[in-house]
Design a protein around this ligand. Structure first.
Ligand code: SF4
Ligand code: SF4
Length: 351
């Protein structure tokens, strides 16, 4: 199971789509529970992956060291903006299996939303981590400034990221002209990027573009029992105050609370909205995002707009299944190479 450990509610940046730190009353800046209790809970899991999450987890690097000193049997990873990478001693970096770095693509796109100079710092952090042989994942936030083809291929060509993932900047920001941008830029870009993915696949190379690979994996190895991120059933989040929640974004929402460090937790499966139950894409999408389904900040029509774009993107990816079958039959790629488990990486698959 995936354990997202909120290391602190504090962040060292104030990115435009997020605004920076949580209120310390909601997500305190240091943990206030007994780490031995956490260890007891994780010990009951036969295959734990622990991902340090924030705020910005490196702000409280001491917690990361304390957890890693106590728990030896887990896979470890971190979701970080990378800027403070020097704070964590090298021996702890070396124990991480995967490092997810926030970067939005080209330098001017990243710096426009995250702050001047951030791109260079992330590249520096990615180089540091990559040189240790640790797997790296670029985590992009996609906004109206993004050209999805240009920004993803830019990151692939840097040669510093083993996988690329992105999330759309929707629902928890002010509503913007998402559908118009999706039609004129994003969906044509997805088509072009999928063509690029297929050209590489035909040469026997599987590009680790997670929003493509995760969907293709679900076609051949169907496993979803809820949203693709696993929120509530194969992924849980421990907040710094000891609450256990299904989704790391839902730190204030009562529906998200599924337990406490001191009392254990219950898992929640198949929590689909009505709209999803008969959807042809349910086995690939799982309802896209539990949080967005519960908290429809963009209203019902906003939910439908995002859903329309989700369906079109899924249609583009799945339109290549016949060609992929052919490549598997002719031994150009192995089916196993298309298998992807998002809970090992803490990615959501569906943007
Ligand atoms: S595509 Fe839309 S309706 Fe279908 S499962 Fe995903 S969110 Fe639900
Ligand atoms: S995709 Fe949605 S439900 Fe899953 S972790 Fe992200 S915000 Fe939470």
């Amino acid at each position: 199971m995936l354990w997202l450990l909120m290391t602190t509610g504090k962040c060292n940046l104030r990115c435009k789509y997020c605004g920076g730190s949580f209120d310390s009353k909601t997500v305190p800046y240091e943990e206030s529970y007994d780490l031995d209790k956490l260890k007891e809970l994780i010990e009951d899991d036969r295959d734990p992956t622990i991902i340090f999450y924030g705020g910005e987890p490196l702000v409280n690097y001491r917690y990361i060291m304390d957890v890693m000193d106590r728990i030896e049997f887990a896979r470890f990873g971190i979701q970080t903006n990378g800027v403070l990478y020097k704070l964590l001693p090298e021996k702890y970096w070396r124990r991480l299996n995967v490092v997810l770095l926030s970067i939005d693509g080209r330098e001017h796109i990243t710096d426009a939303m995250r702050g001047k100079g951030v791109y260079k710092r992330v590249i520096e952090a990615a180089t540091y981590v990559k040189n240790m042989g640790i797997e790296t994942i670029a985590r992009m936030t996609v906004t109206e400034k993004t050209d999805i083809y240009e920004d993803v291929t830019h990151l692939l060509e840097k040669g510093l990221f083993d996988k690329i993932h992105w999330q759309l900047n929707v629902v928890w920001t002010e509503r913007w002209n998402f559908i118009e941008w999706a039609r004129s830029s994003y969906l044509p870009g997805i088509r072009k990027l999928m063509d690029y993915f297929m050209i590489n696949l035909e040469r026997g190379e599987v590009l680790k573009i997670i929003p493509f690979l995760g969907v293709i994996s679900s076609h051949y190895f169907p496993t979803l029992r809820g949203v693709a991120c696993g929120a509530g059933y194969s992924s849980i989040t421990v907040s710094t105050d000891g609450r256990i929640i299904s989704c790391p974004i839902a730190v204030n929402e009562h529906w998200s609370e599924i337990g406490h460090i001191n009392d254990g937790f219950r898992l929640v499966y198949d929590d689909y909205p009505e709209e999803c139950k008969d959807c042809q894409y349910l086995r690939y999408c799982g309802g896209r995002c539990l949080y967005a389904n519960k908290e429809r900040y963009w209203g019902e029509d906003g939910w439908r707009e995002i859903d329309q774009v989700t369906k079109e993107y899924l249609g583009i990816v799945l339109s290549e299944i016949d060609r992929i079958n052919e490549l598997v039959r002719s031994n150009i790629i192995k089916l196993e190479d298309l298998k992807y488990d998002p809970t090992k990486d803490s990615t959501e698959v569906i943007p």
